[in-house]
Design a protein around this ligand. Sequence first.
Ligand code: ZN
Length: 234
Amino acid sequence: MEIERALVAFAHPDDAEFLCGGTVALWAKRGVEVTYVCATDGSAGWNAPGLTRDQIADRREEEMREVADLLGVREVRFLGFADGTLEPSLDLRRSLTREVRRARPDVLVTFDPSELWSGRSYINHPDHRAVGEAILAVVACDAPTRPQFPELVDEGFEPFKIRRVWLASDEGEHVVDVGGSIDLKIQALLAHRSQMENMGEFDVDARVRQWAGRLADGTPHEYAERFRAFEIEV
Ligand SMILES: [Zn+2]
């Protein structure tokens, strides 16, 4: 099945670029309609004193829209949950189901909720795990089930069966060669300027190349993104 529409669901405005920015850039270039669904308002993404949550959220939304334009993402939907409070609740599942039924994607990309950490230098954010877990519930079986969230049918969102789910994971067996888009991925990450300021000395360019290079180990590619790719049959 050819991919014509893709939906990427994540927690914070810079997540998608880290997870799959190279893949998104390649898809957009090929004419795939990519929709972003950002579950939180990103309002905890600034650690220096002096800014309110609303001010942080405004800044991050602006950055997200700029990055979406840069990558060729068609639309960004913000669900508006408070950053740092996400749970795989029915509220979150309902909101994600609405967006899935609206976008009707050929592939849905999100976090792998089973990843508590990566190596010994990164512990996964609970908001990331919450989105991943909620999406699995949306796939099986909120989105395709008519009696689930009947209010969404009343809003005009008919049930939709998702056939392909890609969970971004260092352990994923599905490899995407992002050699042709790694520069754009890095450019997109750097455009999340608030997050770059937050990260201080962290050299995004070098670290992203190192990470993508490691994911390409054992393949003919220089840089890769990896996914656990599901083809849902029933
Ligand atoms: Zn995040």
